[in-house]
Design a binder for this molecule. Structure first.
Ligand code: PLP
Length: 338
């Protein structure tokens, strides 16, 4: 069997999820009548300490409806240059919400607070007004980096002072929570809205959840409809999400220790690849290589799939469908890579 380290989205639903899906109580969610969807939304809202939740088909849609609910066309949004909402959504933000991104460096995941302050100040100098700061925790492109709590608080304080909203792309907030021992609520406390993916490390087949103040979630629901994301008997998939939240969170720690093993193998083979195994705290290893295709082909020859997320940037992601023997195979393949 292939060891698929391309992404944690390749995870397949567990037998328990499939049973829950088969037995899910459902209704028409456009009427708010799907009890399983309602339970999932309430569960996520409670976990993140927000008033209300909204089930959406994808993490991208969660980010998009948040952008639309929190900004007006023409506004500027401050975000890290390599955040998902900026570079991995096919230009959706400017199309769907009419916003401009003011990007600041996010080399280690967090945002340089002085750069954020300068970006906010730019609106006093004939530039678009900033109404939102988007943060990403864990930060995928820097290798699943977990934000320091102090850095999150600093961004939130700055945003509060300027009456700017904060959206947290917490696609892998569960990973951050497990890695830090902090609750989802503690980590998302700084954010106006927060979203997380059920279909990544937790292994549910489909779906993400957005949470925030009740009035904003009402508005997000309209935007979900406008984007074609309103679903009907969505309890069938929400049921898997509930099982994911109920049974698949603690095991993320295994993915994290396996990622550290991969990081050590990468560093052994390429000491200059920009990876410090000590700092790999979640399930992603990202490293630089002058010719990623050569590495990917070699790994594939050994039955290991990896991917790229930018020019010269290789990514390995651990997840529930890869076990210790798969990681050992990947480490051996890395050791003999050209
Ligand atoms: C995967 C991901 C998303 C989007 O989720 P999809 O369900 O793939 O649309 C958003 N943000 C981050 C950080 C992600 O890793």
């Amino acid at each position: 069997m292939l060891v698929d380290l391309r992404s944690d989205t390749v995870t397949r639903p567990t037998p328990e999820m499939r049973r829950a899906m088969a037995e899910a109580e459902v209704g028409d969610d456009d009427y708010g009548e799907d009890p399983t969807v309602n339970l999932l939304q309430d569960t996520y809202a409670e976990l993140t300490g927000k008033e209300a939740g909204l089930f959406v088909p994808s993490g991208t849609m969660a980010n998009q409806v948040a952008l639309r609910a929190l900004t007006r066309p023409g506004d500027a949004v401050i975000a890290g240059a390599r955040q998902h909402v900026v570079v991995y959504e096919e230009g959706a933000g400017p199309i769907n919400a009419g916003v401009t991104f003011l990007t600041v460096r996010d080399d280690r995941g967090g945002l340089d607070i002085e750069a954020v302050e300068r970006a906010i100040d730019s609106s006093r100098h004939h530039q678009p007004v900033v109404t939102l700061i988007a943060v990403e925790d864990s930060h995928m492109a820097s290798g699943g980096t977990v934000w320091e709590t102090g850095a999150l608080t600093a961004v939130a304080e700055l945003a509060g002072r300027h009456q700017i909203a904060v959206h947290m792309d917490g696609a892998r907030l569960w990973n951050s929570s497990v890695a830090t021992g902090q609750t989802m609520k503690e980590r998302a406390g700084v954010a106006t809205t927060v979203m997380s993916c059920l279909s990544k490390g937790l292994g549910a087949p489909v779906g993400s959840v957005l949470a925030g103040p009740a009035d904003l979630i009402e508005e997000a629901k309209l935007h979900r409809k406008r984007l074609g994301g309103t679903m009907r008997q969505a309890g069938v998939i929400a049921a898997a999400g509930l099982v994911a939240i109920g049974t698949r969170v603690d095991r993320l720690a295994e993915d994290h220790s396996r990622a550290r093993k991969l990081a050590a193998a990468v560093t052994d083979r390429w000491p200059q690849a920009g990876v410090d195994p000590e700092t790999v705290s979640t399930n992603i290893v990202v490293f630089f290589h002058p010719d990623p295709d050569v590495v990917l082909d070699h790994l594939k020859g050994a039955g290991v799939l990896a991917g790229t997320i930018g020019p010269g940037v290789v990514r390995l992601v651990t997840h529930s469908d890869v076990d210790d023997s798969g990681i050992d195979r990947a480490c051996r393949a890395l050791a003999s890579a050209p």
